[in-house]
Design a protein around this ligand. Structure first.
Ligand code: ZN
Ligand code: MN
Length: 517
């Protein structure tokens, strides 16, 4: 049988989070009131003129520079003509031959991503062990969004709030190998966009939308065969599933000796792809230059005070770099680094906690050496504690409370870690203290005091209690001495009772054993 391979290219539409729309002053804002944020410009009334929003250009340039694309010397806007009820002007202002950004690349690691999300292996959509690390881009261009249609019973309603919202369209080269490759690329792209703070890129809200072009060819063949375009994939899962499904469908056609003969547009209904219509070809759109907007070139940037060098220098550290640095500088594992840098805010929190811990460590009189040496020699223990209490405890608390902010300040959290580092608190008490800190938003000292938690400094008290319990239970002690080691649990229980459950049972048992020797 013919060896086949799948080739995928993605077109990603991203709504930018600018204050106003692309060509008018209407707020670029989600609202439940239909047709609230509209004006003659975004409604396409005759005789109005579009005015370019500088914030759109800056945010699109940030994305282009972050993805290492080439900013065009000259670019301009074009009209893409077609008729549809969601397009008030009868054309969409877009960019055709001269996009703002040419090329670019999204890079990601091979090992930090979980691949077994959908049974891709069994359906032959791609090898889960394949190594991916980059997707090259063809272009990034600007265009305006359309209105939204709502179909109700016999009629259709139009909400023009979204008309004229600025979009960037990110077009990849046809070089994505399979469904998982596509999904991982999109996830990384979303992270980058969020780090740049140019959009929330929420797929459910339609801020990030994906169309996928996919075709099959005999392995080794260089040519591209008629493709299917799957429109409006609105979640990562939909991207992965729709592509997996379509790859199998097309492979079966090839195996039967009847590969797709012409290009089609398909929708994804959650289970299968459904043919929608023959796709328009580019010539059908009758692209021509937008006469109401000046060409965008370096002179326009200058006039508008847009400084590319400054924008480039001002870019934040990108997710992949941050992950690398978290591994290198702090000794995190790859998947931990991925988790801790998932959002810029979370990564900043972690780094603030670490810098507090570092400062504390270096201030100790008992350690010697350069700051660097002290940190290198001791960071392991801290990082272990940090991972345990941050990922397994604090994140869980947040998840259970459905809160995304950090209710414990990094300073307070660092103090807590130090307490645990100094072994002043048993693990089970640590959990209780952390929960109280989370709920009350108070620092460690106040929580310990107000809720009367016992630290190691109160151990002297514990020893007194243990001696008392031994004195009060001579018959149990006798049994233990006669070899019934198990009944020591009874004494542990008595001590726990007297401390109101505040002691750490393992420590109590150890102390009892020591005392009874
Ligand atoms: Zn408007
Ligand atoms: Mn488009």
């Amino acid at each position: 049988m013919l060896k086949l391979e799948s080739i995928i290219g993605l077109e990603v539409h991203l709504e930018l989070n600018t204050k106003s729309k692309f060509f008018c002053n209407c707020p670029n804002q989600e609202t439940d009131n239909p047709n609230l944020n509209i004006c003659p410009i975004c409604m396409g009334h005759p005789g109005v003129l579009p005015v370019l929003n500088k914030e759109v250009i800056i945010k699109a340039l940030k994305l282009g520079l972050a993805l290492d694309g080439e900013v065009a010397e000259n670019c301009c806007f074009d009209r893409k003509n077609y008729f549809y009820p969601d397009l008030p002007k009868g054309y969409q202002i877009s960019q055709y031959q001269l996009p703002l950004i040419k090329g670019g690349v999204v890079e990601f690691e091979d090992n930090s991503i979980e691949r077994n999300v959908y049974p891709v292996k069994s359906c032959g959509a791609g090898s889960p062990t394949a190594k991916f690390n980059r997707v090259n881009l063809e272009r990034i261009h600007l265009e305006e969004d359309t209105a939204k249609l709502f179909h109700q019973n016999e009629s259709s309603l139009v909400d023009f709030n979204r008309a004229g919202v600025p979009l960037v369209e990110i077009v990849t080269n046809p070089e994505i190998k399979n469904a998982i490759h596509a999904k991982v690329f999109l996830e990384e792209l979303q992270k980058i966009i969020r780090y740049l703070e140019i959009s929330d890129a929420d797929m459910e809200k339609g801020q990030l939308r994906c169309d996928a072009n996919i075709s099959i060819r005999p392995k080794g063949d260089k040519k591209l065969y008629p493709k299917t375009e799957i429109k409006n994939l609105n979640s990562f899962k939909a991207v992965e599933r729709a592509l997996s499904y379509e790859i199998i469908r097309q492979k079966e056609l090839w195996d039967k000796g009847s590969p797709p003969k012409h290009q089609t547009t398909q929708g994804w209904d959650g289970r299968k792809t459904v043919e929608q219509r023959g796709k328009e070809e580019e010539k059908d759109y009758r692209y021509f230059p937008e006469p109401d907007l000046p060409p965008l070139d370096k002179n326009v940037f200058k006039e508008q005070g847009i400084d590319l060098e400054f924008l480039k220098k001002d870019l934040p550290e990108l997710p992949i770099k941050k992950r690398e640095r978290f591994i290198e500088e702090y000794g995190f594992g790859a998947s931990e680094a991925g988790l801790l840098t998932e959002t810029k805010k979370r990564a900043a929190y972690v780094e603030k906690v670490i810098s507090e811990l570092k400062a504390w460590l270096i201030s100790l009189e008992t350690v010697e050496g350069s700051e660097q040496e002290i940190w290198q020699n001791n960071r392991g223990k801290f990082i272990k504690l940090l991972l345990k209490w941050l990922i397994n405890r604090l994140f869980v608390l947040e998840k259970n409370n459905q809160e995304s902010g950090f209710k414990i300040t990094p300073e307070n959290f660092a103090e807590f870690i130090i307490l645990m580092y100094e072994k002043k608190l048993a693990d089970n008490l640590g959990q209780q203290v952390l929960e109280k800190m989370y709920v009350t938003e108070k620092d460690v000292d106040r929580v310990l005091k107000e809720y009367n938690f016992k630290t190691a400094e109160d151990k002297a008290d514990l020893e007194e209690i243990i001696i008392k319990v031994i004195e009060d239970n001579p018959e149990i002690v006798e049994k233990i001495k006669n070899g019934k080691a198990n009944v020591i649990k009874y004494l542990v229980g008595q001590v726990m009772k007297k401390t109101q459950g505040q002691a750490e049972p393992n420590t109590v048992q150890e102390l009892l054993e020591k005392e009874l020797k």
